[in-house]
Design a protein around this ligand. Structure first.
Ligand code: F3S
Length: 283
């Protein structure tokens, strides 16, 4: 009986780095410690951190009312005004912005200074996109759908710089760039998509195609987990979606020779390892 765990299961590099940063701050005793927004979309992790004294701040007003402590910026990043606010107040900032997101901040800052307006391909309500807009010194625009790309217009004399939200779908990005490029603006395009999501999906597809049963671990509301489940189910009929080990109802059967495991982007390593160990013992 073989158990195959996807190498890309769970946190991506940037989220793991952000979570590790919080634990380092706890070890160093930098209290009171706050994260600006939940460090990862996983209640278990956030609760565990809360028990260790880490509080989540959700609004700018809450940040403004701080008198002391350490504020950790999560992987999604934030706009420049948040750095300025904390500096003005003399509050220590620990920056766990993913380096791939930080790179986009630097691009839009530089291109804005060069007189280009910024066009972000992504979801305007996503904190990462809000953060990127917060580094644009000139006007910025956001388009998310093919239709929005078709309807997008600015003054023909405008110079544009196009970037993407890191988790955007590459094919859709390419199609939208093609539509916008035909409009005749002076335009530069930088593909700032991070490959972590796609790599996780490709590996899940490959493992599922070679497995007799496949387990996908992740939150019930997590859209990337749902997507992983769909991909795996297409390759392996015996695909199970669970949130934690207790949900697993995998019947031992002689026909199961290989079980594959993957997990969504906000699933902690601990839960993945528990499932891996359990499946290894049971079969
Ligand atoms: Fe993760 Fe950073 Fe990519 S947060 S999805 S590694 S941009």
């Amino acid at each position: 009986m073989e158990v195959k765990l996807a190498k890309t299961a769970g946190f991506c590099f940037g989220v793991q780095r952000a979570v590790d940063t919080v634990y380092t701050q706890i070890e160093e005793g930098a209290f009171p410690i706050y994260t600006y927004g939940p460090i990862v979309h996983n209640e278990t992790v956030v609760q565990e951190l809360e028990e260790q004294g880490v509080r989540v701040l959700s609004t700018k007003e809450e940040l403004s009312s701080l008198k002391e402590g350490t504020v950790i910026i999560r992987a999604h990043g934030v706009g420049k005004h948040i750095y300025d606010l904390l500096e003005d107040k003399g509050i220590r900032l620990v920056d766990a912005t993913c380096p791939f997101v930080r790179k986009i901040h630097r691009i839009v800052q530089k291109e804005g200074a060069n007189g280009r307006k910024i066009l972000i391909i992504g979801n305007a309500r996503h904190p990462e996109v809000e953060g990127i807009r917060g580094w644009c010194s000139t006007s910025s625009y956001v388009v998310e759908s093919i239709e929005e790309a078709q309807n997008f217009t600015v003054d023909p004399r405008e110079k544009l710089c196009v970037v993407s939200q890191t988790t955007f779908n590459y094919k859709k990005f390419k199609d939208m760039v093609e539509i916008i490029s035909k409009k005749g603006y002076d335009i530069i395009v930088l593909n700032t998509i991070c490959s972590a999501t796609e790599e996780r999906q490709t590996e899940a597809r490959q493992i599922a195609s070679q497995s007799d049963a496949m387990i996908v671990i992740g939150g019930s509301h997590s859209s990337n987990t749902q997507k992983l489940f769909e991909i795996c189910k297409k390759e392996c009929e015996n695909t199970y979606h669970i949130q934690k080990l207790e949900d697993l109802d995998l019947k031992a059967s002689q026909s199961i020779r290989c079980v594959g495991i993957t997990a969504g982007a906000s699933t902690p390593k601990k839960i993945i390892e528990e499932v891996q160990k359990h499946v290894g013992i049971k079969f």
